[in-house]
Design a protein around this ligand. Sequence first.
Ligand code: SF4
Length: 278
Amino acid sequence: MTSLALAADPFAALVADLDQVIGHVAAHQPRSLQRRLGPSEIGCPCHRRIGYKLAGVPPCHHSMKWEAYIGTAFHAQIAKDLEAILAPDGWPRFLVEQKVHVGQIAGEDIDGTSDVYDRVSGYVIDWKLVGKTSLARYRARGPGAQYQVQVHTYGRGWRLRGFPVNGVAIAFLPRSERFERRHFWGEPYDEHIAVQALAQVDAIDAAIKAAGVQALPLLSTANAGCHHCDWFRPGSRDVTRGCPGELALPHPTQSLIELIAPKEGPWPCPPSPTPTTS
Ligand code: SF4
């Protein structure tokens, strides 16, 4: 922090201090610091991006997680608002911001924090605050594989806790438009979506364990928001340290994972245990 009393330009010093506070908090939110893969990353269509994280390759840059900062504040507010609502049985209708165990990757537990479980409908809900262009895209084309996998994975977490899961939903909420533009997407819960995605990440992990970072150039890529990717390094020639981006890459003719991943289903789904709350 600068000392405002000593600063030649107190206004510039004030702005610098506020930038520093927001930047520090945004960079130190739990999701920004998370080392282990979480449900939001499991369905990422870019296998290389998953590979970087599993291999522990240091990010090429630390971008300011401004969207995450706004999102965290929104999550805290909506959680407070929903917690106050009771179901007909007199208990809270919505279970919010709860830790769920969603499965394992290479024998390690994968946990996540689910935004909402509705005890009345049996739906698992995830919030997404999105900009105008993204909102229009989600309205037109649905949530995309990554978000779909994420919310089904949370569904699995609730089911493993013994709660009935009838459906999953994503609420796309406008960050810069009127609330009426909000878009709710939903579909019946399908555990196979989560189990299949976990198996795929397991295969990527096996490739990384077998070949280390040398597996990274062989993993398939997809434009999963390259400009927001922690490993995006424009012009990179050493893919083991940073990626030049999907459009700049020659594509492997066949993904390493397609060669070694287990074939699709049927995937075993364990039985439901007794419900627990926390
Ligand atoms: S920069 Fe793009 S292609 Fe490269 S790892 Fe990241 S998301 Fe994948």
